[in-house]
Design a protein around this ligand. Structure first.
Ligand code: HEM
Length: 381
């Protein structure tokens, strides 16, 4: 899949969530309602049967609505993950699904299998929700990821606006505050998951459904929360030019699982200086009497980094518990990386937060000092 700038389908389709959720293009509602039972029994024959039914339905109709293609991939996808969970490569079991996955990937301009967006955001709510298991913890996890989607999507628009603004511009700080507000949903989401989803349930029951499958001669990871676009916020805040090789490779590998407008976002921003670097550079050149705007921007960016660090710290706690030696079934997360990567991201976030905090404290102090000196000069005249 290429990282091209223009998508084949209109951007707004991916955000037309309610329409996608409502659709049942392969008439799969009844069949998929029985999926948790089949998974519980490990009934591979029944799962193969459902996949054959879906491929037949797909072949019979000509789906034209882009939203319906996303819904069709969602419905086929949940069966792919289920079969893999029971040790069966879906394409080996139902070869005719392969070309359909490639066609659906092409039509939706996404990878030729389901992603976290199909599994959470584009998944219907209530009784029609597609699930691997009967356990309500699975629903809590789906809710948490679906909950962050609108704010994270909006936050990319905010980051875009910030990339065009001077850091000393009076609008920069308040716009960063909007980004901080949007990022807080990540903290709320991980707090809700920590409270409601047990690491053992995630590690031993759910995680096996997210294994990779082979399509068109290459492997694709299953739906992973790591595909939520938080890392695109990082890219603009610090990661475009203050990253380390492991996280850089993770970003490069994750990008193809994201939406076309986000892939284009990545291309636009990956070579630009990050906000942290821009602010650091600006302190070197700014007239020392005109730094109020820059200090305001730095304070706001420090707040944003604090929020991102809070998410990371809570998230890594959950990840450590789910991937501890006694509990885990896999060494790697469903996004393809080890927990050690999360420690690296946490450290980098902390480092940049500290840099910004020191810069705003130091320069605020310097600014106050300059004002005091100026006042004493005026009163001595
Ligand atoms: C039981 C719950 C969870 C566990 C055990 C877990 C574990 C992990 C692990 C091991 C990684 C490393 C990359 C990989 O997936 O291979 C990761 C990455 C990530 N996870 Fe989670 N996660 C959980 C829930 C969540 C939730 C609910 C969200 C978002 C709402 C989330 C967002 C992310 C993001 C954005 C990354 C990418 C790396 C980053 O930018 O920090 N995770 N997770």
């Amino acid at each position: 899949m290429s990282l091209k700038q223009e998508s084949r389908i209109r951007e707004k389709v991916y955000f037309n969530i309610e329409a996608i959720r409502k659709l049942d293009p392969l008439h799969a509602d009844d069949k998929l309602a029985k999926l948790p039972e089949m998974n519980k029994k490990g009934d591979v024959a029944a799962l193969v049967n459902v996949l054959q039914y879906l491929t037949k339905k797909y072949a019979e109709q000509k789906i034209e609505l882009p939203e319906a293609n996303l819904a069709a991939m969602r419905d086929i996808g949940i069966v792919l993950g289920s079969l893999k969970r029971h040790g069966v490569e879906p394409i080996a079991a139902v070869p005719e699904v392969e070309q359909q996955l490639l066609d659906l990937g092409y039509a939706t301009d996404m990878i030729p299998r389901d992603t976290v967006h199909h599994y959470t955001t584009w998944n219907p709510l209530g009784l029609r929700r597609r699930k691997y298991t009967f356990d309500e913890q699975e629903g809590w996890l789906q809710d948490a990821v679906a909950f962050v989607f609108p704010s994270l999507s909006a936050s990319l628009e905010i980051s875009e606006a910030l990339s065009k603004m001077e850091t000393r511009d009076v609008r920069f700080g308040p716009t960063v505050d909007m980004l901080t507000h949007a990022s807080r949903v990540m903290v709320e989401a991980i707090e809700s998951v920590t409270a409601k989803v047990s690491p053992i349930f995630f590690a031993q029951t759910l995680r096996p459904y997210f294994e990779e499958i082979t399509v068109g001669g290459r492997t694709y990871l299953g739906p992973a929360a790591a595909q939520s676009p938080l890392w695109l916020i990082h890219l603009c805040v610090w990661a475009s030019d203050r990253n380390q090789p492991d996280y850089q490779s993770f970003l490069l590998e994750s990008i193809e699982y994201s939406l076309p407008p986000w892939r284009a976002f990545y291309l636009r921003h990956t070579l630009k200086p990050s906000m942290v670097s821009r602010i650091t550079e600006d302190y070197k050149t700014i007239d020392s009497q005109l730094m109020e705007g820059l200090i305001r921007s730095t304070t706001s960016l420090t707040e944003l980094l604090t929020t991102l660090r809070q998410f990371r710290a809570r998230h890594i706690g959950m990840a450590h518990r789910a991937y501890s030696e006694e509990v885990r079934l896999y060494d790697h997360g469903s996004g393809g990386a080890p927990v050690a990567l999360l420690k690296q991201i946490l450290d980098l976030t902390r480092e940049n937060e500290k840099l910004m905090r020191n810069a705003s404290d130091f320069n605020r102090h310097r600014d106050n000092q300059l004002k005091t000196n100026a006042n004493s000069l005026v009163s001595s005249l």
